[in-house]
Design a protein. Structure first.
Length: 265
């Protein structure tokens, strides 16, 4: 009986529709006359069989579009080349469903460690055929928001000074998009970082918690919103899976983050 209940929960956690979580962040440098901007954050899509074929990504894209975000941020790891995968897809198959994402202020993406391990140049060529803006230690404007996109920290490709310099050439409420939340303590004080990578542990056991977070800070920024002395981290649990095609005790997530200027309630 216990095995059956455990199996059902794992199936629901792995293959269920993403849950939508929401929070509000006040940006002190967002223009005071700006209307609030709602940003959807997703991460760790990990397209691979058996749990995340492109057809499932298409359904999730429709779910995201129905939320009508002003902008959409993708915090890396589009693919999984895990040994347990029943099927590893081609770059065009991985990227094609993402071309359907819609957000009036744009869709922005940073690469993750699995993207680099799989073959980032091939993925990037396919992304260039879509409206998605790729940020690799670069910055972009999204209405009253200023997005600094770090390349992957886990594989040592992030360049914080280069990204901050790119941001200094633009204006707006400043947020950092990164695959991993680990750069936060190395950013300017009170920075806002949106990230993934940890999967919120992917497998979280009762009384034990997350088996692993793949963060050098352990559970410090492992999941959800963390208001830390270094700044604020919002870390999505991701959509797909890594290493094993199983979730337990965590769910796929879409975050809706309302950014507003000071003085708004």
């Amino acid at each position: 009986m216990l095995a059956a209940i455990t199996g059902i929960k794992a199936w629901q956690n792995t293959l269920g529709d993403p849950v939508v979580r929401a929070t509000t962040v006040t940006l002190p440098d967002m223009p005071a006359d700006s209307a609030p901007v709602t940003v959807a954050l997703i991460s760790d899509i990990h397209v691979a069989g058996p749990d995340m074929p492109p057809e499932r990504v298409e359904r999730i894209v429709a779910q995201i579009n129905a939320l009508r975000p002003d902008a959409l941020l993708i915090a890396g790891d589009l693919v999984s080349e895990k040994r347990s995968a029943s099927h590893v897809y081609r770059p065009d198959q991985i990227i094609a469903p993402l071309a359907g994402l819609k957000a009036p202020l744009g869709v922005f993406l940073v690469p993750g460690n699995h993207d680099h391990w799989y073959g980032w140049p091939a993925l990037k060529r396919e992304l260039a055929k879509t409206p998605i803006t790729v940020l690799e230690n670069a910055a972009a404007q999204a209405g009253p928001l200023l997005i600094g996109g770090l390349d992957d920290d886990y594989t040592g490709r992030d360049d914080i000074p280069e990204t901050l310099a790119a941001m200094d050439r633009l204006e707006g409420g400043r947020i950092i998009l990164s695959h991993s939340p680990d750069p936060l303590p190395d950013l300017p004080q009170d920075s806002i970082i949106l990230a993934g990578h940890t999967h919120c542990g992917q497998i979280r056991l009762p009384l034990v918690g997350a088996i692993a977070t793949q963060s050098r800070y352990g559970d410090r920024f492992a999941c959800g919103r963390t208001d830390d002395p270094a700044g604020t981290a919002i870390v999505a649990a991701g959509l797909g899976t890594s290493l094993l095609p199983i979730r337990f005790g965590t769910q796929p997530e879409i975050w809706l983050i309302k950014f507003q200027p000071p003085g708004r309630s």
